[in-house]
Write a protein that binds this ligand. Structure first.
Ligand code: AP5
Length: 216
């Protein structure tokens, strides 16, 4: 199973990937998560990426394409992947097509999670993430059983630096300008499946599963 999860910040890509990776047994590859790890470890990549992430802008294509190419070389990708947050520009989409051609594989689909813009700000400003296992929570929609503590691993929950209201607004603007054109890019090559991301997390997972089963 080779899937790209497309959608604006807060659409639920990470949340759905957490469920889908268990169902389909393929690795969850999140470029945002890879950058956050590099920032935490203060690697040269992390120090460079942080400048863009803090401003809600995209990390340059050359860096982003490089980390995905490297990740694809790991053996767990042989059985497939769930790409979350990549591609995000036309240049990245074209680079991904080239990587897939070199590997002689094709995408099963690009799953576009559609959520009304007014809901995205509420989802992101209320989001909490586990510092240890990165599981996503929401103060109102998906609260941890014990406040501030991850249900899965007992790690501490924190708010991402780029989830402040001002940075979220800038991320949404960047999405509309640079990433939303990918919807037509994939629709034009008949690789797009759009599902509504409205409703509970489980309702969205059920919708996604049904859409993926329809492809087979
Ligand atoms: P990244 O980490 O990829 O962030 P994003 O795309 O902005 O997406 P998010 O993680 O914010 O949202 P999500 O759709 O995963 O939603 P989630 O499931 O968490 O990227 C961060 C930064 O890294 C970028 O700004 C950029 O600088 C850089 N970067 C990354 N990739 C790059 C690339 N390819 N090129 C260049 N730069 C790149 O859900 C959000 C909240 O909503 C959670 O609290 C969740 O609990 C809640 N929620 C989820 N589903 C539901 C539901 N159905 N109902 C109610 N609440 C829900």
């Amino acid at each position: 199973m080779r899937i790209v999860l497309l959608g604006p910040p807060g659409a639920g890509k990470g949340t759905q990937a957490e469920n889908l990776t268990k169902i389909y047994g393929v690795p969850h590859i999140s470029t945002g998560e890879m950058f956050r790890t590099a920032v935490k470890e203060e690697t040269p990549l992390g120090l460079e990426a942080k400048k863009y992430m803090d401003a809600g802008e995209l990390v340059p294509d050359s860096l982003t394409i490089g980390i995905v190419k490297e990740r694809f070389l790991k053996s767990d990708c042989a059985k497939g992947f769930l790409l979350d947050g990549f591609p995000r520009t036309l240049a990245q989409a074209e680079a991904l097509d080239q990587m897939l051609e070199e590997l002689d594989v094709q995408l099963d689909t690009v799953l576009n999670i559609d959520v009304p813009e007014e809901d995205l700000l509420i989802r992101l400003t209320g989001r909490q993430i586990c510092r240890q296992c990165q599981a996503p929570y929401h103060k109102a929609f998906k609260p941890a059983q014990k406040e501030g503590i991850c249900d899965l691993c007992g790690g501490q929950l924190y708010q991402r630096d780029d989830d402040s209201e001002a940075t979220v607004l800038s991320r949404l603007e960047v999405y509309n300008r640079q990433t939303s054109p990918l919807i037509s890019y994939y629709a034009d090559s008949s690789r797009l499946t759009t599902v509504s991301g409205d409703g509970s997390v489980q309702e969205v997972t059920d919708r996604v599963k049904a859409a993926l089963e329809n492809l087979q």
